[in-house]
Design a protein around this ligand. Sequence first.
Ligand code: ADP
Ligand code: MG
Length: 508
Amino acid sequence: MSELSFAELGLDPAVLEAVAAVGYEKPSPIQAQTIPALLAGKHLLGVAQTGTGKTAAFALPLLSRIDASLMEPQILVLAPTRELAIQVAEAFTTYASKFRNFHVLPIYGGQDFFPQIKGLRRGAQVIVGTPGRMLDHLRKGTLKLDSLKALVLDEADEMLRMGFIDDVEAILAKTPDNCQRALFSATMPPQIKKVAQTYLRDATEVKIESETRTVERISQFVLPVYAERKLDALTRILEVEPLDAAIVFVRTKAETTLLAEKLSARGHAVAPLNGDLNQRQREQTVDDLRRGKKDIIVATDVAARGLDVPRITHVINYDVPYDTEAYIHRVGRTGRAGREGKAILLVTPRERSWLRTLERATNSPMESYQLPSPVELKKMREEQFETQLLGFAEDGKLAKAMALLDEIAERNEMDTAMVAGALACWLEASQPGSLPLDQPEALPEISATAPPRRDRDRKGGGGGRPGGKPGYKPGFKKGPKGRGGPAPKGKPPGKGGKPAGKRPSRQD
Ligand code: ADP
Ligand code: MG
């Protein structure tokens, strides 16, 4: 992470305010380098991996340079796909949220021309679109570039791969000569280099390098998962991993709080750690983790800098890091004081290329993480329930409890199994999810290969029940037996009076 703050980069105050509202703490490395150059009106060539924050790297400075009162296309962004165009358009909306009058218009193929033409007529300062459709509008004269200040080619190598290079060049040729240009790409194939040499002469070049460093004693895993399934995946990981303490990394301060709340609702002892907390609160949080009052911390990169708590057994990268350096710093929060550590990285399909980059950077392989199948999960939960139950078999009050239940059984002509069953149901009623009663089919499937069904999704909600077919790859190795002690985490049962309270409830 860079040392400069957003405020120090010279962005427009309205843009700064919007950035603060989304909760970005610090510029990512590529942002720290591109923002000053783009603010200065330079052409820019940016090479960096997916997820490094490239959208804000161009959107923030370019938005700072537009004439917000002029309702004409001033920024044009070319993106390879409809989804990416929409995503970039949404990002612009967010970053321009404090402008009084702002319009961004996504235009892409496959959609009717008419609404696009209407949108263009109504006016927009920013147009984001796929090259083919953009060119169509330019040729029809429905898109005019007289007031254009900047053109951005986002994911240039992807546009090349998709066969858009000629369209891209045709659009470049139609933009005014004095128009500022920026090209972003994860890689620099020769054709892209050629485009850059022709249209972005004297561009400032920004490259976010992958550093190589060895991460010893830390086993690294990667779990591909759709963004909408991340919370489910995390819940599952926390349930099955034999963790002592964990740190979960997310990108924003807001997300630390949100995610901590969701995990807390699932029965975890968790706290957020972010730059909004003052020094004392941060120290308190870290101390709670060190002393076992909390088991999980949800943190941003900045807040977790230098954190040294030996009992952290797991680092979970809920969001991918900005660069390899941040990753190495994150995973270095575990495997401390000569202990072993485990790092698990969640990647969405778009972010999969991180895998190779991180393997190279850390000089060690990343294994693919296997979530337990619903069947395995059910079995595990049953075993865990049994373990917890047995933990009470030596409880000091057992004899008295047995005598009491014997009397009840006798008086009501019940056998003891029935009394035990009734007690278990009572437990379930007072703490839903205590009993492993779910059928495997009812347990959510977290598949990396099939996108979640949107209609069933509660977006960003408390973990909907996706349903779905069972039958994904087994490969879960650990049983709960390895955890040691009667209750999970080896804590004496009964002390807190809640036999199953520690276990996440079944909302995942
Ligand atoms: P890229 O285009 O490099 O793949 P994006 O621009 O899509 O990356 O950004 C990836 C994610 O990172 C987005 O969710 C974005 O909101 C977030 N992000 C970008 N910059 C920052 C920052 N400075 N701090 C926190 N999160 C950020
Ligand atoms: Mg991008």
